[in-house]
Design a protein around this ligand. Structure first.
Ligand code: EPU
Length: 338
């Protein structure tokens, strides 16, 4: 078991932050996890699990043990007339999984094309985009309990999914290592193009009856036009969540900001586009040396190369304070700051 010391984490987080881990190991199987969990380093050091590293802002060297989850494998575990059930290793690249599903004409995750990260971290924050969330196709997952060394199964209900939320970000934070997820995809896909941007994109390409490949292509096009490619500019997608406010609060804001971007959730709750708030407050495209707010999507903070995680975190705090002062709304970070 070759545990590496003083490993740079730069290529293991999509923000591209260059900090080091005292101890580092790339995990390739559940079997290896059983072995490594009895090591002294695993038992005595603070533990950080990295999978795709796409929802992570590292602000300092990690004084502990980083386990990079590379567990691979896509297995068709069940199939009937309507659906297929895929068990997917936590280390599988999410977008490649989507491409595999689209290639087989299995529907359900095509709207989640091009989301950076791996299958095993997708449930942590219930990844979502263009009207679809992981929870819509998620069946169950297996996770290794760090304290006991036992593997537990969690159903969709057990995970308590919410908007960018799950039990693994709350009560179960830091207690489990997800080893696989199982999703259910449809052999008779239903197209979901409710999200305006997709409709417009398909319209532009003169596609009236889209296939799931067409939807996937449209999503890829939209994402590429707005969101920076982490291979070119370090980032973690949306840095903040879209806040939810009450009707009373919305009515008060509409008096001064009639153009506020809002989506009704129920009679009394509205989701507000945080990107709009940040842009309106003048932050969009702001650059400080080698980091800043993305020029095309104000919800995304970026590392132009060599930035410190702490500087990006401080920028996020300044934005939170400013939005609170200007709109009376406190933004919450979506990204995990370590
Ligand atoms: N907007 C602005 N200025 C901006 C950005 C957005 O005014 O700089 C307004 C526009 O009116 C736009 C609206 O906000 O129409 C919504 O923007 P967009 O469609 O880009 O979506 P979002 O609400 O900013 C959310 C998710 C994204 C997901 C998209 C599409 C969150 C925190 N973010 O962004 O997810 O891809 O919807 O479904 O919910 C992620 O979580 O990392 C992520 C990228």
């Amino acid at each position: 078991m070759n545990i590496i010391r003083n490993q740079s984490l730069k290529s293991y987080n999509t923000f591209g932050i260059d900090v080091k881990a005292d101890f580092f190991y790339e995990l390739n199987s559940v079997q290896e996890l059983n072995e490594i969990s009895s090591s002294e380093v695993f038992q005595n050091e603070d533990l950080l699990i990295i999978s795709g590293g796409s929802n992570l802002l590292l602000t300092k060297n990690f004084k502990g043990f980083v386990l990079k989850n590379n567990i691979l494998g896509i297995e068709l575990v069940k199939e009937d007339e309507n659906d297929v059930f895929l068990k997917v290793g936590a280390g599988e690249d999410w977008h490649e999984l989507v491409m595999y599903a689209v290639g087989n004409n299995w529907g359900g995750i095509e709207n989640l094309s091009l989301i950076p990260g791996n299958a095993g971290t997708a449930p942590m924050q219930n990844i979502g985009a263009y009207g679809v969330e992981l929870k819509d196709t998620f069946v169950c997952l297996e996770a290794f309990e760090i304290a006991s060394g036992k593997v537990h199964s969690f159903t969709n209900n057990d995970c308590c999914f919410g908007y960018r939320e799950s039990i693994f970000k709350n009560t179960h934070k830091g207690k489990y290592i997800i080893t696989s997820i199982t999703i259910k995809l449809s052999k008779k896909p239903l197209i979901n193009i409710k999200y305006g941007d997709i409709k417009n994109e398909l319209h532009k390409s003169n596609i009236a009856n889209p296939s799931i490949r067409d939807v996937s292509n449209a999503v890829i096009k939209i994402r590429k036009s707005k969101l920076p490619d982490p291979n070119e500019i370090g980032n973690s997608g949306s840095f903040f969540k879209n806040p939810v406010i009450t009707k009373a609060k919305l009515e008060q804001l509409l008096k001064t900001h009639p153009d506020i971007v809002k989506y009704p959730l129920d009679e009394n709750k509205f989701k507000i586009a945080a990107g709009w708030l940040i842009e309106k407050a003048g932050w969009k495209g702001k650059t400080f040396d080698n980091y800043g707010v993305h020029k095309k999507q104000a919800l995304v903070l970026v590392n132009y190369g060599g930035a410190k995680g702490n500087d990006i975190n401080k920028l996020s705090e300044l934005i939170i304070e400013d939005i609170n002062a200007k709109f009376g709304i406190r933004l919450e970070k979506e990204v995990n700051v370590i």
